[in-house]
Design a protein around this ligand. Structure first.
Ligand SMILES: CC(=O)N[C@H](C=O)[C@@H](O)[C@H](O)[C@H](O)COP(=O)(O)O
Length: 228
């Protein structure tokens, strides 16, 4: 087991991804959120974009999962679709690179993404929507499997996290990450009981716009809103 995974095992990873274009969408603010998360006991960070990653790497040696979100015209795949992006993230200091591991039309095969990450000496994290996604990625040499994409392939977004997928992914024999809609400590504990090696929390810690809307919408009787 790599020392990065040993550091993360049993702990919390905080995703510090500002709402895109929002008032907190600045690298120095992302870095401040990252330091605050580490002060609170996070073992690792999940950071989007090369500029944010560089700003975070400048202030901490903590394990970082890097990703790039890019909207493509001809593919629904949005999280690190290209190997060159994975390499840029690793160059900027990512220990782990997360990518969309769903079985959808994509610009580059998953196999070449994972190969590029492994060749560069980093770890690959498959953002999965199903156990099949995880099995395929594990077969191709991926070290971490996350439940990140569950609920985001169309249709209404569920309210709570996908704890069943965490249990299923944990049986693939790779480092299992529970991610997606964890908003209460008890849910994170349940994910751990279901076999998660680490839990990622994003919006509930680092997107004040979302947290505010949960309360504001509850008071005015509207449904919970969210942004990916
Ligand atoms: C589906 C997708 O694009 N998820 C993204 C992946 O990096 C982020 O927008 C999420 O914030 C992250 O997964 C953490 O989840 P939550 O914010 O629910 O704790």
């Amino acid at each position: 087991m790599s020392s990065i995974l040993e550091q993360l095992r049993g702990g919390l990873i905080v995703s510090c991804q500002p709402v895109i274009g929002g008032p907190l969408d600045r690298p120095e603010i992302t870095a401040a959120f990252a330091l605050a998360a580490l002060d609170g006991g996070a073992r690792g960070l999940r950071i989007e974009g090369v500029e944010n990653l560089k700003a975070v790497r400048a202030v901490t040696k903590a394990p970082v999962i890097g990703l790039i979100k890019q909207d493509l015209a001809d593919s629904p795949v949005r999280i690190t679709p290209f190997a060159r992006q994975a390499n840029a993230l690793i160059e900027a200091g990512a220990d782990i690179v997360a990518f969309d591991a769903t079985d959808r039309v994509r610009p580059e095969p998953i196999s070449s993404l994972i190969a590029a990450i492994n060749t560069a000496g980093a770890l690959a994290m498959a953002d999965c929507s199903s156990v099949e996604d995880g099995e395929r990625a594990a077969e191709l040499g991926c070290e971490l499997l996350g439940s990140t994409m569950s609920g985001y392939l169309g249709g209404p977004i569920p309210d709570g996290p996908d704890l069943e997928l965490v249990a299923a992914l944990s049986r693939c024999g790779r480092f299992t990450v529970a991610e997606g809609r964890y908003q209460r400590p008890a849910e994170a504990v349940q994910a751990q009981k279901n076999g998660a090696d680490a839990v990622v929390v994003g919006s509930a810690i680092s997107r004040p716009e979302h947290i505010t809307s949960w309360f504001a919408d509850a008071l005015t009787g509207h449904a919970k809103t969210g942004e990916r």
